[in-house]
Design a protein around this ligand. Structure first.
Ligand code: MIC
Ligand code: SF4
Length: 659
């Protein structure tokens, strides 16, 4: 679609929507839709104002951007953060950092050096703008919803397209209002609220929704608390979550020296929603997510007294000044229990600076906490793996089995308050029993942007600048056009809620992110370490590998490697009971057909290792018709419900192949 046509669509849509009462989502989308019509459903193309990448997904995103041949980024702002692979055992991660820095300089991207902090916390502090759109190659990009942004997580190649000026596509959203009433009690915080939401809506079945927070209780939550809630909305599987931009947002931006970035965006009185769910904040209790799913929510009270071996505080969910200062207030003048290890990772240099000034760092140090790097670290299993069989309380957002680096560990997700109270005794404690004073919102944050490089050349870049490529930077493989028919084999059959951590493990394998042939050796390692060899043998025998899965396949992260590496191993289709949003897009972007069983019972008919034909698969995809899977147990059908755009991509072998 041409630029002129795009502007006409946007103008028409703006005029149409101005006539009715609008919610926050509608207001922001109204000024960003360039393709499609929300009233008609289907797919919407939206203009992206800002992008962010992190190092573990960024190298691929930029390699793909490079291959598009665009001289500089076309967004208002693009930022490249280094926060995931900061442990440099071997040359690989350092190679990646250098590559990313040189790409940023060349293409007009702001570069956040390792040591500056975690992407989502930093973006909220320094760049997030109410009323704008942000696309990030990380599933927790919705953190920006805390400041009134429509912030969405996606695969790296989608970010590359957005940096090149292309639209991003989402299903026309259904909007659920989460109406907050009253205020939280002391000892209860934002983490407990989002766990309450997860308790109600779970981690599956929310694809296509946006959760918009509303009601009088919103005004009682500061921006970091709102960001915690929006951040962990990722675990619901929604497109994103968003808060209004109000006086609290304005005060936060003013304290960050960015009042000029403020725009008020609140829902009109009488604005309509597709669904409404009410939470009385005064009744929220301390909550926790039990192993091994963020949706496995129980009250802290129900686990009170349980022995704990490790407590880790930080991650993009809970590493703000408010959070870590609260922990310091719990630990002031006291010491953590002898038989528990406690680690704390702050979200940014700004947070550390404030904690240093108000004495909190000294308190935490004296209390016996291990002060960790301000990076993702433990959250992604890149550090602090617990001992065998440990109970680990963590303030991050995911407790998938084995993500901590220790398969036998039992990871519970909790608030900073519960973590701190429990650190004192080494047992699960209910923080409302002994709450500390609330941390007031700072009137002024210390500002030091010295670890954001290339701000002056942002958007312009440095023409002719050299890109540094160490041996860890490999090339991006391209997909092939979909064949007319396929002789296939069920290379693996997995159950429900398979996460991208199952498909493409992180932790100690993270350093291979820029090298697909190497990383592909670990596809499905936690489920079946022989998958890689089997797939290559099938591929050599001319068979297409097919993954068969249950409900909610591909939950969790945005890592497109979970599609790219299987593609490299000759996976041509996934047939599942249901597939989560980001992973489904990634499959399409890499030319893997995302089939869904027409009848979920079809799942029982396909055994691992079964050979079958997919006759006329290309035509079935072209026409949106079911394909017959003729297995030894009988014939079942599955359909790939694709938009016109998605169909084109799948047929030609993915986005890169389509360029
Ligand atoms: C995660 O929390 O799982 C990650 C690591 O941040 C991922 C991105 C990645 O795999 O690099 C995410 O959330 O998208
Ligand atoms: Fe980093 Fe963890 Fe947040 Fe992912 S969830 S961005 S690994 S801190």
């Amino acid at each position: 679609m041409g630029d002129f046509h795009r502007s006409c669509v946007a103008l028409w849509y703006n005029i149409a929507v101005m006539k009715k009462q609008m919610n926050v989502v509608e207001k922001i989308l109204a000024s960003h839709i360039v393709e499609g019509d929300p009233a008609k459903g289907g797919e919407l193309g939206i203009r992206i104002d800002q992008t962010l990448t992190q190092d573990a997904t960024g190298t691929m995103a930029y390699l793909q951007f490079e291959s598009m041949g665009v001289p500089r980024v076309k967004t208002d702002l693009s930022v490249s953060y280094v926060d995931h692979n900061t442990v440099q055992i071997g040359f690989e991660n350092a190679d990646d950092h250098d590559f990313l820095q040189s790409v940023a300089r060349k293409y007009g991207i702001v570069f956040s050096k390792a040591g500056n902090g975690i992407c989502h916390q930093l973006h909220l502090e320094r760049f997030g703008k109410p009323g704008t759109t942000l696309l990030g190659s990380d599933s927790h990009t919705p953190t920006g919803g805390g400041i009134g942004q429509i912030a969405i997580g996606a695969g790296g190649i989608d970010i590359a397209v957005a940096m090149a000026g292309g639209a991003f596509h989402i299903p026309a959203p259904k909007v659920r209002a989460i109406v907050l009433k009253n205020r939280l009690r002391r000892g209860v915080s934002a983490k407990d609220v989002i766990l309450k939401v997860l308790e109600r809506f779970g981690t599956k079945g929310n694809v296509g929704w946006i959760f918009e927070y509303a009601g009088p209780g919103v005004a009682t939550l500061d921006v970091p608390s709102r960001a915690t809630i929006a951040n962990m909305g990722a675990e619901l599987g929604v497109t994103t979550s968003v808060f209004p931009s109000d006086a609290v947002t304005r005060a936060f931006l003013a304290a960050q020296g960015r009042v000029g970035d403020f725009t008020k965006i609140t829902a009109d009185r009488g604005a309509a929603y597709d669904d409404v769910f009410e939470i009385d904040l005064a009744k929220v209790e301390p909550m926790m997510a039990a192993p091994h799913s963020p949706g496995n929510v129980v009250t802290v009270k129900s686990k009170r007294g349980m022995k704990v071996n490790q407590i880790l505080i930080g991650s993009c969910t809970n590493s703000s000044y408010r959070d870590i200062r609260t922990v310091a207030l719990y630990l002031k003048g006291r010491h953590v229990a002898d038989d528990v290890e406690v680690g704390i990772a702050c979200g940014s240099r700004q947070v550390i600076e404030m904690l240093a000034k108000d004495g909190s760092l000294g308190i935490l140090h004296s209390a016996g906490c291990r002060m960790l790097e301000n990076a993702c670290g433990f959250c992604i299993g890149a550090h602090m793996s617990p001992r065998t069989g440990a109970v680990s309380l963590r303030t991050n957002n995911r407790n998938f089995e084995g993500r901590s680096g220790t398969k036998s560990a039992q990871v519970y997700l909790v608030s900073p308050e519960t973590a701190a109270a429990s650190a004192l005794t080494g047992r699960v404690e209910v923080p409302t029993k002994n709450p500390v004073a609330a941390v007031p919102s700072p009137r002024k944050f210390p500002i030091d942007d010295s670890m954001f490089l290339y701000r002056r050349t942002a958007g312009r870049g440095v023409k002719g600048a050299e890109i540094v490529r160490g041996p860890n930077i490999a090339t991006v493989p391209k997909g092939e056009p979909l064949a007319e028919s396929l002789s296939a084999v069920c290379a693996i059959k997995v159950g429900d809620k398979i996460t991208t951590d199952h498909i493409m493990p992180a932790g100690s394998r993270l350093k291979y992110r820029s090298n697909i042939p190497e990383y592909a050796k670990f596809v499905f390692e936690p489920c079946d370490p022989t998958f890689h060899d089997r797939c290559l043998a099938n591929k050599a025998a001319g068979l297409a590998n097919v993954i068969v899965a249950g409900e909610s396949y591909g939950q969790g992260s945005s890592r497109e490697h979970a599609a790219m590496c299987p593609m490299y191993l000759g996976v041509k289709a996934v047939v599942a009971k249901s597939i989560e949003r980001i992973h489904r897009s990634n499959l399409i972007n890499f030319g893997i057909v995302p089939f869904v069983f027409d009848d979920p019972a079809g799942y029982d008919m396909v055994d691992e290792g079964a050979k079958f034909t997919l006759d006329g698969v290309r035509r079935a995809v072209e026409c949106g018709e079911p394909v017959a899977i003729k297995t030894p147990k009988g014939t079942v059908t599955a359909t790939a419900a694709l938009s016109e755009r998605e169909r084109r991509l799948v047929l030609c072998g993915g986005l890169l192949a389509s360029l």
